[in-house]
Design a protein around this ligand. Structure first.
Ligand SMILES: *Cc1c(COP(=O)(O)O)cnc(C)c1O
Length: 220
């Protein structure tokens, strides 16, 4: 679906929710997409993209940035601490802050650099054992550690609802958790459910296949 159609659907959902125009940011998730599809979306004017692997992002975005100028890049997949330096070189936002060991290393790196990406704490709203994210009941303690001793500026929360479930209760849970902690950014909603996410308060939607077409190889 053309980028303009997705943007129009987002703005319709924003208006239907009685929210101000332009209050939801579209992150175009370009993981494993052929480069010519990514280029077409850049040519259509999109400048906010997301990737789920540091190495893959490193292989395409320095070149695209050289060609197209500033592109805001979001990491939406798991971050291993040995890739932290590279991640900070590449990404403007990290949506997968999900454990104390990563928060500690991130805090050190951010202090050394004097700059911090926009940070989202990933919450495992479905308590799925195979999925990354802080358990809802551990969020209090984790945020206290980030904000207190580590002095990390957490901007918001992110979640990926269980694949087979109705996403709405998960979006509502994430919105409630964010409100309870004074966080106003919510990264939630993908190709199949971004309108529902916007109705529940999403400020950042992560849309891949609806923009680029189906991914032809497996995403990591
Ligand atoms: C791949 C991915 C998306 C985009 O998924 P689509 O269903 O293609 O829109 C969003 N968020 C995360 C974390 C992803 O890994």
């Amino acid at each position: 679906m053309p980028l303009a159609d997705i943007s129009a659907r987002i703005e319709r959902a924003v208006a239907a929710a009685g929210r101000p125009a332009g209050s939801v940011k579209l992150i175009a998730i370009s993981k494993v997409q052929p480069l010519e599809r990514v280029r077409a979306v850049l040519e259509a004017g999109q400048r906010v993209f997301g990737e789920n692997r540091v190495q893959e992002a490193e292989s395409k975005w320095p070149d695209f940035r050289a060609e197209f100028g500033a592109v805001e890049l979001h990491l939406v997949g798991p971050l291993q601490t040995n890739k932290l330096g590279k991640a900070l070189d590449l990404f403007d936002a990290i949506h997968s802050l999900d454990r104390p060991s990563l928060a500690k290393k991130l805090a050190h790196a951010v202090q050394a650099r004097g700059a911090c990406p926009e940070l989202f704490v990933q919450v495992n709203t479905g308590r799925e054992p195979q999925k990354a994210g802080v358990a809802p009941e551990d969020l209090d303690a984790f945020l206290a550690e980030c904000r207190g001793p580590l002095d990390l500026p957490v901007a918001g929360l992110m979640a990926i609802p269980p694949a087979e479930a109705d996403p709405e209760p998960h979006f509502r849970m994430l919105a409630d958790l964010a409100a309870g902690h004074g966080l106003d950014r919510l990264s939630m909603g993908m190709s199949g459910d971004f309108e529902t996410a916007i109705a529940c308060g999403a400020t950042h939607v992560r849309v891949g296949s609806a923009i680029f077409g189906e991914r032809t190889t497996a995403a990591g």
